[in-house]
Design a protein around this ligand. Structure first.
Ligand SMILES: Cc1ncc(COP(=O)(O)O)c(C=O)c1O
Length: 394
């Protein structure tokens, strides 16, 4: 027995169960195209929903900021001082989100794993949607709070759990007991939306803190494309800049007081080097562009509606999706992998999403649409799903 045995065993186990993941080299080309080896394929898995990652203004401003501030922020913002560009981007963001304040964090994952333990302690009850992203789950685990999962988007179930747990149980007889609801506004693997208005009402009725992750709504839905929580009275929203914003990093939008609390207490903010100025430059440019991209959003949603309908007409199930994220439900892992391979060998990159990312028996192909996809791309994709359907392979 060597000290590496557990690693070998785990990798072997994953291989046996077809769970072994491997990194695949891709070279970005024009628009939605990428190159894998010698093959050009159309990418249907990127979260670059508005196609901003290659936008000339984002690139230009990234270069400008790197030239002005250097390539690195050199330390945490509390150590060396905060560059003015971070603060102006935070102000811009807060205005767009309709909140008093905003704070930049280094990634959506880092935001969730560090903010949730900053807000929740051992006496806190967190009510978490069953389909919340792994980063939310990790953050909840780190907080060591008491957690109850409500059935996905089932707000009657959430209400029932809130009702049952009012000041109840050993964890909650303290005056410091907190209740917190944590969910997403657009779910990353299912592409469906939460009812933010009802969540806010429930949070108010039960004096619960409401935290919503807007990773997949930011840039795509809501007023000026800034998410479904804008102006709705959510206590704290988290969003990423790495998806529709075409850049990297994350934000928190909240009250001024809450921002002060995070600046003082959130380990992921305090003990991490601030983001590179070039990245702040590209975020700044994305925030200038996004509110004016109404036509691009309309076109994106129209393409998603059309694709969903055409796939459903062919007999494929697309779950409760009503956004640019379209899961094509397959069921078994092997079948999902086979379908993904079939698509790839025909020039389409669309990954199979399998357990543990999704529950057992719910493996799927996750299609993510972007402004770069043309009608020809969609027609071709539909044709591939049609062929597969008629071969009876799903
Ligand atoms: C809902 C959700 N939250 C957070 C994240 C993590 O964000 P980031 O990629 O910026 O770390 C993701 C993305 O993978 C996500 O889907």
């Amino acid at each position: 027995m060597t000290k590496y045995q557990f690693i070998e065993e785990e990798l072997y186990r994953r291989q046996q169960q077809s769970h072994l993941r491997q990194l695949q080299t891709v070279i970005p080309l024009e628009g939605a195209d990428v190159r894998i080896g010698n093959q050009k394929v159309v990418n249907f898995c990127s979260n670059d929903y508005l196609g901003l990652s290659k936008h000339p203004l984002l690139i230009k401003r990234a270069v400008e900021f790197a030239e002005r501030y250097g390539t690195g922020a050199t330390a945490s913002r509390l150590i060396c001082g905060t560059y003015d560009c971070f603060q102006s981007v935070e102000k811009k963001l807060a205005t767009l989100k309709g909140t008093e304040a905003a704070l930049i964090l280094n990634s959506g994952f880092q935001a969730n794993v560090s903010i949730l333990p900053t807000l929740a302690d051992r006496q806190t009850l967190i009510l978490s949607d069953q389909l919340n992203h792994s980063s939310i789950i990790q953050g909840i685990l780190l907080s060591r709070c008491h957690v109850l999962r409500f059935r996905h988007n089932d707000l009657a179930h959430l209400e029932e759990l809130l009702e049952k747990n009012i000041d109840k149980g050993p964890c909650f007889n303290s005056t410091r007991a907190r209740r917190m609801i944590v969910t997403e506004s657009v779910f990353s693997m299912d592409g469906d939306q939460s009812d933010i208005g009802r969540l806010v009402d429930l949070a108010r009725a039960f004096d619960a803190f409401l935290v919503v992750d807007e990773a997949h709504a930011t840039g795509v839905l809501g007023p000026g494309g800034m998410g479904l929580c804008c102006g709705k009275g959510v206590d704290l929203t988290i969003g990423t800049f790495g998806k529709a914003c075409g850049s990297f990093g994350a934000y928190v939008a909240c009250s001024r007081k809450l921002r002060d609390y995070l600046v003082n207490c959130c380990a992921g903010f305090i003990y991490s080097t601030a983001m590179p100025p070039s990245v702040i430059g590209s975020i700044d440019a994305a925030l200038d562009l996004i509110p004016g991209m109404g036509e691009e959003r309309k076109a994106l949603h129209a393409k998603a509606d059309l694709l969903r309908l055409r796939l459903q007409n062919l007999g494929w199930r697309t779950g409760a999706s009503n956004t640019q994220i379209i899961p094509v439900m397959v069921g078994g892992e092997t079948e999902a992998l086979a379908l993904s391979d079939h698509l790839k060998s025909n020039g389409v990159l669309a990954s199979a999403i399998r357990p543990p990312t999704v529950p057992e028996g719910q493996s799927r192909i996750r299609l993510a649409l972007s402004a770069h996809h043309t009608m020809e791309h969609l027609e071709y994709l539909i044709q591939l799903f049609e062929e597969r359907h008629f071969h009876g392979n799903h």
